[in-house]
Design a protein around this ligand. Sequence first.
Ligand code: BTN
Length: 331
Amino acid sequence: MSTKDKVLLDLEKRKGVPVSGTIIANKLGVSRTAVWKAINALRAEGHVIEGGSGIGYVLDQKSDVLSKAGISDQLSEHIALHVFEEIDSTNKEAKRLAISEPSEPLLIIADRQTEGRGRFGRSFYSPSGTGLYMSLLFRPEFSADRAGLATAAASVAVCRAAKEVAGRQCGIKWVNDVYYNGKKICGILTEGVTGIESKTIDYMVIGIGINCHPADISGEAGDRAGDLGGGFSRNDMAAAVVNELLPLIRKLDPRQFMDEYRSASIVIGEVIRIFGSGIGNRMSDQSQTDSGVPAHVTDISDQAGLMVVYADGRSETLTSGEITIRKEIKS
Ligand code: BTN
């Protein structure tokens, strides 16, 4: 770890409490000049560090620059971590590294994505300074058909982290969108990396995008997208999500998290409209329109399937697809 990262780590640990350059220098076994240079370099990167050589340095509570030092120290286990100021897509980078530098679990985090991707090939707006874009690459010990459950685990992990770090109670809209104050604040995209020879899923990538602080999103997207309201550090949020997620995906036991998923669900009991390819077999004989197929959500299964009853009384459990809620979303 560079002196700059060590200084940042020290300031992170004492966030809000001033510490003199001499104390930092002695602790790290470097000169005061080296500390001073590190402080200047950190300020140039955007970290808000108050004070000076005579009065001590303090990392401002509001300073929210994503950093490896600020995240790795809080992880409950050591995992490979890459933090980027800008990247095309953290999911893409995770998949590239799965081939060139296989090590797992591997965490990729970025402050901004130029080609952030969402489900159904949509783009995911990923501006700098306000969001958290992260991808966790791991070798699944479960079969590919349980990927939906892994995604459900990720949405529970995000809800837990939002409560722990920001004190916000979120809801989950099936399959995997996390909502706060009636607006989507997080999307999750799970992808597989298939072995050319084995033709099996060698790695899985869970990509998570969280709108942490208010951002200027114009148009229709802005009407739907919300944020967690800020007031917390994205480093803390990233570490909390990973700390919650790793144990869940390792076991992938629905008993660990599906009750929590159901409690957080904002669709159980609601009338919804189902769109696209996710509509199951029993609906194939019913005509689909642009306005989707209406159904009543009765429950969510232990495998994260959406249990619905259609207008004609027939029932079905959907395993994928897209839904909208007819009533205004409350959570
Ligand atoms: C969705 O809502 O459709 C899913 C959005 C997933 C976005 C995240 S941001 C981090 C990771 N990198 C990507 O390009 N996409 C995912």
